[in-house]
Write a protein that binds this ligand. Structure first.
Ligand SMILES: Cc1ncc(COP(=O)(O)O)c(C=O)c1O
Length: 383
């Protein structure tokens, strides 16, 4: 009998797997299902990107294996984006690695530089790959608590853990908490990493999904950040390209070289066509994200207003595509998930999908039209 390795078997089942089982059983019973659990974009890939993908597919010179580091057109577009959006100057050939989505990039960074005995510092409520990749590297994930305003409480980290830490992962705007930071807070994170010789890994998957005039900063804006930081950018959320699997890691050259050394052993580089689509997306980001963000803002407002109208006080997020809420009294995490499913045919994500510290919370994704989300709020507010 073929079995996964002991290491893989030792990693607990993904909460999203468990959620999937419940969805499957619900569908099998013939009942409708409204999924606002998963953060998977439902809007179309922008037309100029679709055109670029079509055009790239007809170029015979793109039929061969991709460039290991990334297609020059994509890397140039990313370097131009980093200048235009953040004022960050980089070299496309040396500071970047194209990846098949930031999730894989995050895992590969950890796998390329962490080994047994090393610590990865992870926000206590986290996107699951931060911990799972750490487990796959047989390193130790140590949780960093949040302060009341959703920042990382760096003072609370045990110095013994800091001494063994190779990586600190930060994610602002944050999935799932929706917390944001300004450049001053980002600066403190970079300085902590530099002072302790730790690689700061800034997960900026939601760089463009921000509302009400808020503009998320890049960690690389902090002077000297390239010495100790890599950042992940993704086309998935900003341009509805989650299915295209394209992102990039940019920053510290030693880390990029380590990533290159890892990736060149297991693959041939990220797929060329999605990179060329993403090149057009990031080149035209100002125009292309505008309608996408406007739609998310309208959905957020519809959802928040409907919660308020139905007597449930919720905070309106200034970024991401989520609402992060407290499980009503009388329910535990799975009890509330099951209730939403059974009573309302609605799938939400339990907070424990993002670690123990997420217990007692749940997440709604803005992946349905505004009127549908208003009905979700109305239904959940009835309990
Ligand atoms: C915080 C965060 N990082 C990374 C990702 C992965 O994005 P992708 O691999 O599609 O670039 C997600 C996806 O939901 C996310 O929420």
């Amino acid at each position: 009998m073929v079995q996964p390795t002991r290491l893989i078997r030792s990693i607990p089942k993904y909460v999203f797997w468990e959620l999937d089982q419940r969805k499957r059983a619900h569908r099998a019973s013939g009942r409708p299902l409204l999924d606002v659990g998963i953060g998977s974009p439902d809007q179309a890939v922008p037309a100029p990107v679709r055109e670029a993908l079509r055009e790239a597919a007809s170029r015979p010179e793109l039929s061969g294996y991709p460039h290991f580091r990334g297609h020059p057109e994509f890397l140039r577009a990313m370097a131009d984006y980093m200048v235009d959006r953040f004022g960050v100057h980089t070299e496309p050939e040396r500071d970047y690695m194209a990846v098949a989505g930031s999730k894989e990039g995050l895992a590969e960074i950890i796998l390329s530089i962490c080994e047994p005995g090393d610590v990865v510092l992870v926000p206590e409520i986290y996107y699951p790959v931060y911990v799972r990749a750490t487990q796959l590297a047989s390193a130790e994930a140590v949780m960093v608590p949040f302060t009341a305003d959703g920042l990382l409480d760096l003072e609370a980290i045990d110095p013994a853990h800091i001494a063994r830490a190779r990586v600190l992962i930060v994610n602002y705007p944050c999935n799932p908490t929706t917390a944001i930071v300004d450049l001053a807070a980002m600066t403190r994170l970079v300085e902590f990493a530099r002072a302790n010789s730790i690689l700061l890994v800034s997960d900026l998957a939601y760089a463009e999904l921000a509302f009400d005039g808020f503009v998320p900063p890049s960690a690389l804006e902090v002077p000297g950040a390239m010495e100790c930081t890599v950042e992940l950018h993704s086309a998935s959320k900003s341009f509805n390209m989650a299915g295209s699997r394209v992102g990039v890691v940019v920053g510290n050259r030693d880390a990029i070289n380590a990533l290159d050394a890892y990736r060149s052993n297991v693959g041939y580089g990220a797929a060329t066509l999605p990179q060329l689509g993403a090149a057009v997306a990031f080149t035209n980001y100002r125009a292309l994200v505008k309608p996408i963000v406007a739609e998310y803002a309208a959905r957020r407002d519809a959802l928040v207003n409907a919660f308020h109208a139905n007597g449930w006080a919720v905070q309106s997020p200034r970024a991401t595509m989520y609402l992060w809420l407290t499980v009503p009294e009388g329910y535990d995490d799975w009890g509330w998930v099951d209730h939403c499913l059974q009573a309302h045919n609605i799938v939400i994500t339990p907070g424990i999908a993002f670690g123990e510290a997420g217990r007692g919370r749940f997440r709604i994704s803005l992946v349905q039209p505004a009127p549908v989300l208003a009905n979700v709020a109305k239904a959940l507010a009835q309990r």
